[in-house]
Design a protein around this ligand. Structure first.
Ligand code: GDG
Length: 494
């Protein structure tokens, strides 16, 4: 029997993201269960969802399967079905083959396919419809990330009574790059369906406002964008002059730098078993003078190759020996069906093999490389064991690993080397900031970090910790939702 909207379960607060906050785990005997996938976003939103009565809409991660809504930790989980072809075109294709590289400074060439775009539109419409039928009258919907940029406009058309927020977890590129996108106007219009559009950095919000001016000719008075109401009802041509006395609705486009559950990370670091494990790691690595650490999804935006190049050259020009330093690189598997990621893996593993072949001995490895995910306890033990954390992203929305490293260092020790192209660099100014393309500069910074006196390391780490502990993920979501609520009252007055 088909349900009408009124008969369906409805919630005051609905989160929409590509993936659900739970993973479906299939046991060897074929039975399956749902397991919470703990991430900062879930931690930040769980209390809000529990008090407000919240639902989370997303894909289960497995194609061609239908699941009924269910409860998980006080959150109503509403799975959206995707077919295998939709996963290929909407997720692997348009999201990760077109938008991801385009928004990360075209580090890899974006691929433009009309079939992928058509599926992206269709799937975004499905998510918008799921949100429209799950949200109570006058409720709030918070849409997340680049896979769902059309949802705000689609949802507003279905449910003009809702307050709609959007947060972009990845960068928004400068107009010169963004304008390559054949569907650049549709995406901007899609996002402008929201009342508040959140970005990681001020520069991202500014890039977006500029794209709006160039493509739509709307007036922007940072952080406000004036969207003429006629545009939404009739569809205004690009560059149509804004008429005097025209009625408009206001959209806020500004930055809300995301963070982590800092106290929880610190608590884990203080646990005796994690500290014992950190000591064990150092011993197992042969007690090198310094442990260097990289933790990334295996992604071309993370600058893993640049990091390996710098480290390899330090060994080959004898600035370092393997007794001086070992590099531990966690490269967690990511997007393994996308060709660029397969090629990247080959390239990285060839480089690791070469460096280890040239420099490792029976008792000391140069690079301890791991292409698999680890439990969070092991990650924290690695953070505690690492004298130097290397974050060398070529472009990154924020980079939570940098913040996690800082949060776990309750001993006020350790040096963070941080790319200026990661959003985290806007806040973590007492890190050693680097340009990862400048290999000589990176090498010098690694040597400077190794030689840094303890007093200086501690002064820097204390300042970094203050930032990360004060600005945690709870503060981030509270601030976003505060601005979203204010935008609703302003909209009503108008
Ligand atoms: C996107 C944006 C933005 C990694 N390996 C393991 C593991 N991880 C965890 C880390 C961290 C997370 O994954 C990675 O977050 P990042 O922020 O570093 O990067 P993206 O995945 O690219 O995230 C990024 C973020 O969204 C949030 O807005 O900061 O810029 O690209 O939390 O700890 N966790 C475990 N085992 C692993 O092996 N348990």
């Amino acid at each position: 029997m088909t349900q009408t909207i009124d008969e369906r379960e409805q919630y005051d607060f609905v989160v929409v993201s590509n993936r659900l906050p739970v993973d479906r785990v299939v046991r060897p005997d074929g039975s399956a269960h749902w397991q919470p996938s703990p991430g900062g976003l879930v931690t930040a939103l769980e209390p809000v969802m529990q008090t407000k009565g919240g639902a989370w809409i997303g894909w289960s991660g497995q194609p061609d399967l239908d699941f009924e809504p269910f409860d998980s930790n006080g959150i109503r989980v509403v799975p959206v079905r995707l077919s295998a072809l939709e996963v290929e075109h909407y997720y692997e294709g348009f999201s990760n083959g077109t938008v991801w590289p385009l928004y990360h400074d075209v580090i890899a060439p974006p691929i433009f396919h009309r079939d992928w775009w058509e599926t992206y539109v269709k799937v975004n419409q499905r998510f918008a419809e799921a949100a429209a039928s799950s949200c109570n009258s006058g409720g709030t919907v918070w849409v997340h990330d680049y896979q769902l940029q059309l949802v705000p406009k689609m949802l507003r058309a279905l449910r003009p009574d809702l307050t709609i927020g959007f947060f972009n977890h990845i960068p928004f590129p400068p107009y010169g790059i963004y304008s390559q996108l054949p569907w650049r106007t549709q995406i901007v219009e899609g996002l402008l369906g929201a009342d508040v559009i959140g970005f990681q950095r001020l520069a991202d919000a500014n890039n977006f406002s500029r794209a709006v001016r160039r493509l739509k000719g709307f007036v922007t008075k940072n952080p406000i964008i004036e969207v003429p109401l006629v545009d939404e009802s009739e569809g205004v041509r690009a560059h149509a002059p804004v008429r005097k006395g025209q009625q408009f609705r206001t959209v806020v486009a500004r930055h809300f730098p995301i963070s982590i559950d800092s106290a929880a990370w610190e608590k884990l670091a203080r646990s005796p078993s994690v500290q014992a494990r950190a000591k064990q790691i150092r011993e197992d690595l042969g007690n090198p003078r310094s442990i260097l650490l990289g933790v990334d999804r295996l992604d071309y935006t993370k600058g893993i190759g640049h990091r390996l190049k710098a480290f390899g050259e330090l060994l080959s020009d004898e600035s370092l020996t393997i007794e001086d330093a070992t590099l531990v690189q966690i490269a967690s598997p990511s997007r393994e069906r996308v060709r660029t990621y397969m090629e990247l893996r080959d390239e990285i593993e060839l480089t690791v093999g070469r460096i280890n072949g040239d420099f490792a001995t029976i008792s000391h490895t140069a690079i301890s490389y791991h292409h698999h995910g680890y439990p969070r306890e092991e990650m924290v033990a690695l953070y505690l064991a690492a004298d130097i954390m290397l974050v060398t992203a070529l472009r990154d929305g924020m980079n939570l690993v940098a913040k996690e490293y800082v949060a776990t260092r309750f001993d006020d020790d350790g040096v963070l080397i941080l790319s200026e192209f990661a959003g985290a660099a806007d806040e973590l100014k007492r890190a050693l900031l680097i340009n990862p393309h400048d290999i000589d500069g990176l090498k010098e910074t690694i040597l400077a970090a190794m030689a840094m006196p303890k007093r200086d390391r501690q002064a820097r780490m204390r300042a970094l910790r203050k930032r990360v502990l004060e600005n945690d993920v709870d503060k981030w979501s509270t601030e976003f939702l505060r601005v979203l609520t204010t935008s609703r009252s302003r909209g009503r007055k108008d």
